[in-house]
Design a protein around this ligand. Structure first.
Ligand code: RM4
Ligand code: MN
Length: 388
């Protein structure tokens, strides 16, 4: 039997970090479609994130991307965030948009470019010191397009060297979270293509280095929950970048393409007791809302994670363990499917009402007048965007 009171308590205390870039303009390499009301400054992105938190109650932190969110005084930015009721979360380094990075950043064959890239990573640690952020998220666009273009092995050496330098710079309370991605922008080799590569580098670095799992960064058909289970067991799962994909790194709303996969991932997390902040796992969204309205899309994404979590919490663990012990394949599968097929929306509505929130955060957003306000206030000036 599942204890509904404790399910509700877990849902109430869940934490989902939203990405500053999810509120800004973004697009594919073909077109960025600007939208009305889009933030012009990091402060305005934080304001939008704070709105999402006010409506959902479970999104108290916003991840920053540097240099997209560079400001003169990060202490001030942290203060602004606190005044809005949110905290600054993970700092994402960006070493993929300068002309110098054509052949890579920390793996570039040119030592001067590597130095520049590492200096940027170190600058991001300075930012973390000012914002109080714990995690430095590293994703490298590094790789090659053609066989023979560069030495695969030498690039691993350069990567390890750069990681060591950054690792030595972070404090005891800070962490490196190293993200992997199968391909793109590089098409032949990618220097951190999979969880095994990230894990191996993290092991070499030490306990302050953890793997980031972006749900959109695998080959089609990859069993992501297996990776989750493995890394949890190894104590090396540092963070999630949640989103969903149909084909490649689509960055669509989490839970949109495959809600069952999201449930299976959450089931592994629930089983491992990994939802609590004490687990050290950061649950982040990494999405781009290219054609849909951004703030409601972030709210929807947060709700999708909540729904998958609620279903995972409803799995009758006792019945599951018994069926597994007996080798009763069909009964074990039925226990999971019963939970997955439960409509948890009424339960989540109750959790929100109990917390003094509107049971329907999307409707509450549309009623709030927030969009009408930002559409007017932000009608002039340069909208923030990722410059694709
Ligand atoms: C990458 C990766 C990173 C994100 C950038 C924008 O594919 O997912 O986490 O910061 O995109
Ligand atoms: Mn990501």
């Amino acid at each position: 039997m599942t204890d509904i009171a404790s399910v509700k308590e877990t849902l109430r205390s869940q934490r989902i970090e939203t990405p500053s870039w999810g509120y800004a303009n973004s697009g594919t390499r073909f077109k960025v479609f600007p939208q009305e009301g889009v933030p012009r400054t990091p402060q305005e992105k934080i304001d939008d994130a704070a709105m999402v938190h006010r409506l959902t109650g479970v999104a108290p932190a916003v991840a920053l991307h540097i240099p997209w969110d560079r400001v003169d005084d990060f202490g001030d930015l942290a203060k602004h965030a606190a005044e809005q009721g949110v905290a600054l979360g993970t700092i994402n380094a960006n070493v993929f948009q300068d002309n110098d990075y054509r052949l890579g950043s920390v793996c570039n064959p040119d030592p001067a470019v590597r130095r520049k890239a590492i200096d940027h990573l170190l600058e991001c640690v300075d930012v973390m010191d000012a914002t109080g952020s714990r995690d430095l998220k590293l994703w490298f666009a590094d790789g090659t397009n053609y066989p023979g273009q560069d030495s695969i092995r030498a690039r691993q050496d350069r990567l390890a060297e750069a990681l060591h330098e950054v690792y030595d710079r972070i404090s005891e309370e800070q962490r490196i979270v190293l993200e992997y991605k199968l391909f793109e922008p590089a098409f032949y080799t990618t220097d951190v293509p999979d969880w095994g590569t990230s894990y191996a580098h993290c092991l070499e670095l030490g306990p302050k280095a953890q793997v980031v799992l972006d749900t959109g960064h695998h080959a089609p058909g990859t069993n992501i929950e297996f990776i989750v289970a493995f890394l949890l067991r190894a104590g090396r799962l540092g963070a999630f970048d949640f989103n969903s994909r149909f084909y490649a790194d689509d960055d669509l709303m989490v839970g949109a393409a495959d809600p069952f996969q999201l449930f299976r991932i959450l089931h592994e997390l629930v089983q491992a007791g990994a939802l609590s902040p004490a687990s050290g796992i950061t649950y982040m969204l990494d999405q781009c809302h290219n054609i849909e309205a951004k703030i409601p899309a972030v709210i929807r994404s947060v709700m999708n994670v909540q729904e998958a979590t609620a279903k995972a919490l409803l799995v009758d663990m006792g019945a599951l363990a018994a069926a597994q012990r007996e080798g009763n394949v069909l009964a074990a599968n039925a226990v999971l499917m019963d939970a997955y097929n439960t409509d948890v929306r009424p339960l989540l509505a109750e959790v929100r009402t109990d917390a003094g929130l509107d049971p329907d955060p999307v409707a509450a957003y549309h009623r709030s007048g927030y969009f009408e306000r930002i559409r007017t206030e932000r009608a002039t000036g340069q909208q923030a965007g990722w410059g694709a």
